[in-house]
Ligand binder design. Sequence first.
Ligand code: FAD
Length: 297
Amino acid sequence: MNVPSDARASRQTGQRPFELSFEFFPPKTDVMEERFWESVHKLAPLHPRFVSVTYGAGGSTRERTLRMVSQVHAETGVDAAAHLTCVGATKAEVDQVVHTYKTAGIKRIVALRGDPPEGVGKPFVQHPGGYANAAELVAGIRAIGDFDISVAAYPEKHPQSPNWDVEIDNLKRKLDAGASRAITQMFFDNSDYFRLLERVAKAGITAPIVPGIQPIHSFRQISGFAAKCGAGVPNWLAARFDGLEDDPETHALVASAVAAEQVLELVDEGVTQFHFLTLNRSNLVLALARLLGVRPD
Ligand code: FAD
């Protein structure tokens, strides 16, 4: 990777120092699948480091995740990463999924503990004979093959971590078990991310902590997601979208301005890797990539 000494200057000259990855979810219906492919085909020419496909709560999308990941890889040539959780399955069942990925030529996995089907508010109960947490899962995946593994990090602390020491110890365990990078939960206040980087550096962690950027296609929807996963929505952000429910054009303009502001502030602080949560839409992400000087070939 060519990391310039001055990321802002390189943004202005349109070089390509930035490494992007894009997260999708497995579509449920034919109409949703059409949108999925339309977005994948628009974003693949940006040469992302990888495109990842999430794993539904409780493993409910096991087959669909596998199918989409395999097809993305086959149809676009882009590296595809499969999200995988420990929920509702024995170690042997999870290992079987990993073996299937290995056989299908999928080399990247985003390894997660997952949440109970009722959501992150409920305590996670280890499945009898299942993996207890993401660190165990990373070790299990490593034992099966030479995968590139990403894990989750939380700029505002995971809601179930009692304090930051436990949080950072857990992140370190996941990376020490064989993950190459962490991708963060969505966050809207960059100072939370910068504080996480400080804590991580203090703990001697050198792996990249890639910011997970959630463009706000719909404030109502995204603030609902944020509440479910414990990400804060600052008052200033809510105020920017206040009253725009019935004004999609202004909502879209504010959304792109908010996302651009967040990303460019990160760039100005030297961030060169971004993971965009696309929600299977391409427009805002394409626009953000352009601001970074990343264009389709
Ligand atoms: P872990 O790292 O295992 O940690 C969870 C909590 O348990 C932390 O509070 C940690 O401190 C604590 N903990 C872990 N081990 C120990 C221990 N030994 N002792 C004490 N405490 C411990 N969910 C899905 O269902 N599907 C997805 O596709 C998906 N993709 C995601 C992608 C990203 C980038 C992120 C950030 C999250 C994603 N999630 C997904 C959500 C994730 O599953 C939840 O946030 C879940 O609550 C925690 O997962 P984890 O991998 O961070 O868990």
